[in-house]
Ligand binder design. Structure first.
Ligand SMILES: [Zn+2]
Length: 400
């Protein structure tokens, strides 16, 4: 019988701490593992050797600050995870291994709003095709992360608002995909997954407190507080799209007037340019024209940035994040939108919060959510299952 505090249970706890640190980061040097876990360099060295010998981790030479170091990652063949991301007009699937390498990825256009069952049919087929293309058996799939473009009610697992996806009314996305794939499925909204994707793979690496802002048909924020997604008890934290900016502004789909969304979401913004640019304009095209110097598009993009900045200023005062990452199509506008966001933040946020904040574009573009879905599975996975041992292979760590 093992008692808590005994030598072997302490050893087991240390093994799990190291596995957890590596699993969340993708790859770490031994010095980084020591810093993250608080274990001594000698202990880390012994544990890494043991984990390498039993096939749980792989160790590859690297350099850190010009010095030779050893990069530690979970073994590439210990299992695979799948990310499925539903947008309003696309379906994207990625397959990754536990070393945070993306093995296969594909996106298809789809009218997700029209029919949930058709969307899930397509997802099921694409997952099967991509897993097969990796040459790794389906029995190696450890879990699936699922992203949906709307708030998820964490208790029921259904979409919090069917006004956003009318074709999904009464559907439980997690249950639906679990039944079809026969593996555990974790579900979250697109903004939270974008935040997780950028935190683990992109612009948020190394940061503990981050807000990911996504402007599309709605406006949402994924909030990372002390390294973890903050969802709130109802799962609706981060709905910054419905911060009131103007009491007498346009009526929002939520029933209020002058919400942030009515100044920034695609249909309101494109409406401003209808008279001058016609009704075929899209947000990517508006961004492209703005970058080419079109004055009307530049003006509108700047105004959107100023309004987003007002919402970010409120976020800043409440949560004091160290980084704000802008995702979605609008991020492609670069400084045209980021500059006005920063101006609003410095005008409306308290100086001490604004000074510590950096505002930057996402590094992952349209891949942020699907990579976040992979990261969701990796972050929620138990460490005990990984410690049962597998043969390791030598592959370079971390290549998204
Ligand atoms: Zn609203």
């Amino acid at each position: 019988m093992e008692t808590p505090g005994s030598q072997s249970s302490l050893h087991r706890a240390n093994l799990e701490r190291v596995v957890r640190a590596v699993r969340l980061a993708g790859s770490l040097t031994q010095a980084e593992i020591a810093r993250t876990t608080g274990l001594s360099a000698a202990t880390v060295s012994n544990i890494v050797r043991e984990l390498r010998d039993n096939g749980t981790v792989q160790v590859t030479p690297t350099s850190s600050g010009g010095r030779r170091a050893r990069s530690v990652a979970l073994s590439g063949d210990a299992g695979i995870v799948v990310g499925v991301d539903f947008g309003h007009s696309h379906l994207r699937v990625a397959v990754g291994n536990l070393a945070h390498q993306v093995l296969a990825e594909q996106s298809e256009p789809i009218d997700v709003d029209a029919s949930a069952s058709e969307g899930f049919d397509r997802a099921e087929q694409l997952v099967a095709r991509l897993v097969e293309s990796t040459g790794i058996g389906r029995d190696k799939v450890l879990g699936v992360g699922l992203g949906v473009p709307g708030p998820i009610d964490m208790e029921s697992g259904t979409l919090g608002s069917t006004a956003i996806l009318p074709g999904w009314s009464g559907i439980n996305p997690r249950q639906e995909l679990t039944d079809r794939l026969g593996v555990p499925v974790q579900v979250d909204n697109d903004a939270n997954l974008g935040a997780l994707g950028e935190l683990v793979w992109g612009s948020g690496r190394g940061v503990r407190d981050l807000a990911y802002i996504k402007v599309a048909s709605g406006v949402g924020a994924g909030l990372v507080v002390d390294g973890r997604i903050y969802r709130g008890p109802g799962g609706t934290a981060g709905e910054i799209g419905h911060i009131t900016l103007d009491e007498s502004g346009p009526v929002c789909r939520c029933g209020n007037r002058g919400c942030l969304e009515t100044f920034t979401a695609a249909r309101y913004v494109l409406e401003l340019l209808r008279g001058s640019h016609g009704d075929q304009l899209t947000v990517p095209r508006m961004v492209q024209l703005g970058r080419e110097g079109d004055p009307g598009c530049r003006r509108v993009i700047g105004d959107v940035g100023r309004h987003i900045g007002m919402g970010v200023a409120s976020l800043c005062n409440l949560l004091n994040p160290s980084r704000v990452v802008l995702g979605g199509d609008l991020a492609e506008a670069g400084e045209l939108v980021l500059g006005p966001i920063r101006e609003s933040v410095s005008r409306y946020a308290i100086p001490s919060a604004a000074q510590r904040l950096s505002v930057m574009p996402g590094a992952l573009g349209p891949r942020a959510e699907v990579l976040g879905a992979l990261a969701l599975v990796l972050s929620e996975m138990g460490d005990s299952t990984l410690l049962d041992g597998n043969a390791g292979v030598d592959t370079p760590a971390f290549s998204a």
